[in-house]
Every structure is written in C-alpha cells, then in structure tokens.
Design a protein around this ligand. Structure first.
Ligand code: NDP
Length: 468
C-alpha cells in the first residue's frame, strides 16, 4: 500500500487536468482532482465552446442575407440574444455533467474547492490535506488587463460571452485571437463594433498576408478598426456610457468596453514558489519536455506553463504525463506543427511556418497564393474573398506552412495539418486529385509561384546596373 492518499492529485479540472486524471485513472492509478468552479475549465465554460456556439448563432445573420441570392424570400429576421444565451447556458450545464461523469467513470475523485500546495506531496483544499505521490498543476490562465485609468469599467472575455444584453456599441481593445473572434461575433449580431489595436493589422504572429486579408475583410463587414491606437483612460458617465480617450485625443463612446489583451498563468496563491517550483518572469510554471517542474514529484500542463496555449495542446500534455507516470510509456508532446484556427468572420486556419519564419529558418522558399471569390458568393453577391497560401522549401520541396482565410478554413486546415506532419511535398500536393467543386481543391491545384521579393529586387538592381 502506498504511503500517500493518492497516486496523483490534480489541481484544476480544465482540459489539461481532466485529460491527465482520466487517463491516469484508466490505468488504475488512484487519482483526485480539485476544482473551485464548473468542471471543464476555460475552454468549456468561458472560451472555445460558448464562443463557437455564439459564432454559429451570429453567422446566421450572413446566411439569412445570402439566402436571397438563391431564391429565398424571408420576412425581416428577428434575433433574440437572451434565447441564444439560454440555449448556450443549457449546453454548458450539460457539459459540466458530462465532465463529472467522465471523471467518475475513470475512478477519479472530485474534491470541490481551491487547492494549494503545502509541500512536494501534499495539497490542501478547503482546510483538508491530501497527500499524493505526484501532483499535477493544471490551473490554466486568466485575462490580463493593462493598467489604464478606469480599467475597472472594462470587461474581459469571461464576461463577454455572458452579457445580459447585447451591447448597442462595443469597443474591443486587442487584435489577437479573442479580439477578432468577439469583434466578428458582436458585429454580426448587430452591435456597432470599434476595434482598437496597437499595430496596423490584427493577429500579430500570423502570416502577414493572412493578417492584412483578415483586417480588410473585417473592415468590409463594417468593423471600425482603429490601428496604432492606444487608450489613455476610460470614464463612466452618469447615463452609463463609457467614454474612451485615445492618446491622439479622440473620444470613443460605447456601452461596453472589452479588453482582449492576452492571458496570464494562474499561479498566484498556489504555494508554488514556496515548495520550490520555479516560475518564469510572466509567472508561468517552468517545466521540462516531459512537463516536470523543478520539483521531482510536481508536474504542470496547459496554459499555466505558457507554452502553446490551446486546449488540444493541454490535452496532449496531460495525457503524456499520465502515459509516462502510470503506463510505463514515456511520452513527450511534439510542440511543432500545431495547427490553430481563429473563428473570426471569415475564419482563419493555419499550420506551420509563416512566410517570414520560413525565409528566416529554411533558406530559399517558394510561395503559392490563391485569392478568389468563393463559388457560393457568385450568386449571393457578397463581397467576401478567400485566400490560401502554401509555403514550400525550395531545395527539399517540403511544405513548410499552409494558411487560409475564408469559410471552412479551420476544417480544411485540420486535414492539411496531418499532411504537414507527414512531411508532404509540393509534388505530392500536385499529384493529389482535387474534389470538385470545393474551395479546398485549390490547395492541390496551385501552379504559379509568387515572384520572390528578394530575387525580384536583385533582378531590378541588375537591370539598373545594365542600364547605367
Ligand atoms: P493574444 O496574445 O492573442 O492577443 C493579445 C492582443 O492584445 C494583441 O493584439 C496585443 O497587441 C494586444 N495587447 C497586449 N497588451 C496590450 C496592452 N497593454 N494594450 C493594448 N493592447 C495590448 O491574446 P488573446 O487575449 O486574444 O488570447 C489569449 C490566448 O488564448 C491566445 O493567445 C490563444 O492562445 C488562446 N485563444 C485561442 C483561440 C483559438 O484557438 N481559436 C481563441 C481564443 C483564445 P500586439 O499584437 O501589439 O502585442
């Protein structure tokens, strides 16, 4: 009999914590997990799931408009935000139950309450102490709010998905994943959206063509995008209106201001540093390739480690820990070639290097770009375009990146992520027969390389030299 109450004690029942605990439980480990909120974490209750449901709901605005081009005549459609909220909340309630059942079926004991480390093998929850051979920290992250006077009047994505009323006017600060997704959502539902970003285009870190294309498409849909804009302060008027003063002296008047300015790991108050777990300068838990912290018995997965902050990555990290510790199957997660999607309107899907990264890391590259009006919109008349981009290493012919903006991009890129992981070459794409008529077939029919900017500049110089 082990000297500990449990083989594994997990702090946080989000994507990473639940996956590790269930997997460990399925291998016969004695597992407990603590949580002071609903089961499922940010993804299920404050992120991916409610967001995607609301995005589906919002997209009907465009579907209903587009139906006219196909012969449908509809009376003026009405939309009820409260009904959509209620339907979404009911589904989240169901998922909380599903997660509880999944834990129970795997033999995992749920301890309700907030956990704190006491030592390398002890966790305290609501005054009660539990010992465990291994401890897993999977406490996630929370939205970051910069220090701006009046920031207490701002909401974050935590509240945005649960607003009682649909805002008539909303300002969204930050042009990352969350900012663009929520801007598209509220704009489609009829709110007047002003988006305030520090740079020129949204989605820093994505391929530049994707960034400019999405920025353009968002503007076409009516989002008032203010580049290179910084909020100096936020003031609440007596009538509830929020007045945002920019550093350039402009005033923006809105009903809701939403900050989507990144997330920070949940490491405060957990007793981590006290037991010897090292944190980096952003407060994230430092782990090795196997998700082990500086303390041999303590592991950490998911957003709290600030590696790639995506649900499927946290799940993979959690499962790898369980495989390693409880199935004699040492497993490391490959953090390269992780695909991701942004559920903006239109959505983005991406996997592999951006063009800039490819040029910096892989020498000469060939770039194929296709920018077209999707077939569906030939009849709807909607001015929305799709863009696809393939980046290929010239010497090896290996594809380094696939990127897309346009309807179904996340669904299409998921398949291509498998191909990228398998080392697909451009020649193999060329010999793949497409499915017609689809947008995705474009990825296997691209023939024309985009002119290489460096070579074009060199040719230009050579031409000038000849003339001189
Ligand atoms: P991101 O890091 O994606 O974007 C943050 C944005 O806020 C950037 O535009 C950034 O500008 C801006 N910003 C940062 N600090 C300030 C500041 N002090 N003042 C003004 N602007 C600022 O964070 P998000 O909050 O959008 O999302 C957090 C994470 O959640 C994502 O990185 C992703 O990992 C995950 N996520 C994934 C989703 C998906 O997979 N579909 C959906 C939602 C979230 P700049 O670019 O100039 O730095």
């Amino acid at each position: 009999m082990s000297q500990y109450d449990f083989d594994l004690f997990t702090l946080g029942a989000g994507s990473g914590g639940v996956s590790a605990s269930r997997r460990a439980g399925s291998y016969g480990a004695r597992v407990a997990i603590c949580e002071d909120n609903r089961i499922g974490g940010t993804c299920v209750h404050r992120g991916c799931v409610p967001k995607k449901l609301l995005v589906y709901g919002a997209h009907f605005r465009y579907d209903l408009e587009d139906a006219a081009g196909y012969g449908w005549s509809l009376s003026e459609p009405g939309f009820d935000w409260k009904k959509l909220q209620a339907a979404k909340d009911k589904e989240l309630e169901r998922l909380d139950g599903v997660y509880r059942r999944l834990l129970r079926d795997a033999g995992v004991q749920l301890v309700e309450g907030r956990g704190r480390l006491v030592d390398a093998h002890t966790v305290e929850v609501e005054g009660k102490r539990y010992t465990a051979g291994r401890i897993l920290v999977a406490t996630g992250s929370h939205p970051f709010r910069p220090e701006v006077p009046g920031i207490q009047h701002a909401i974050t994505s935590d509240e945005a998905l649960n607003l009682k009323e649909l805002p008539r006017r909303i300002a969204i600060v930050g042009g990352g994943y969350i900012g663009v997704e929520l801007a598209g959502l509220f704009n489609a539902l009829g709110s007047k959206v002003v988006m305030v970003i520090r740079g020129d285009t949204v989605l820093r870190g994505f391929d530049d063509d994707i960034r400019s294309m999405l920025t353009q498409e968002m503007r076409k849909k009516g989002i008032d995008l203010r580049p290179e804009t910084f909020i100096r302060d936020i003031e609440k008027r007596a009538d509830g209106t929020l007045s945002l003063l920019t550093r350039m002296g402009d005033t923006l008047e809105v009903d809701v201001v939403l900050y989507a300015t990144g997330r920070v790991p949940n490491t405060k108050g957990l007793g981590l540093a006290e037991v010897g777990v090292r944190l980096d300068e952003r407060g994230a838990v430092v782990v090795d390739e196997g998700s082990r912290t500086d303390v041999e018995s303590i592991y950490a997965v998911g957003d709290v480690t600030d590696r790639i902050n995506l649900t499927p990555v946290a799940i993979a990290e959690g499962r790898a820990v369980a495989e390693t510790l409880f199935h004699d199957n040492p497993t490391k997660v490959d953090h390269t070639g992780v695909a991701s999607a942004v559920f903006s309107m239109p959505p983005v899907g991406t996997v592999g290097c951006t063009e800039l990264e490819a040029r910096e890391r892989h020498g000469k590259v060939d770039v194929y770009v296709s920018n077209f009006r999707p077939m569906k919109h030939t009849l709807t008349g909607r001015d929305e375009r799709t863009m696809m981009k393939v980046i290929v290493q010239r010497d090896s012919d290996r594809v380094l990146g696939f990127h897309m903006v346009g309807e179904d991009a996340p669904e299409i890129i998921q398949g291509l992520a498998v191909a990228l992981k398998c080392g697909v070459t451009k020649k193999q794409l060329d010999t793949t027969v497409g499915i017609h008529p689809t947008a995705a077939e474009e990825f296997v029919t691209m023939r024309d390389k985009r002119s290489d900017p460096v070579e074009a500049a060199a040719r230009e110089l050579g031409h000038d030299a000849m003339q001189n």
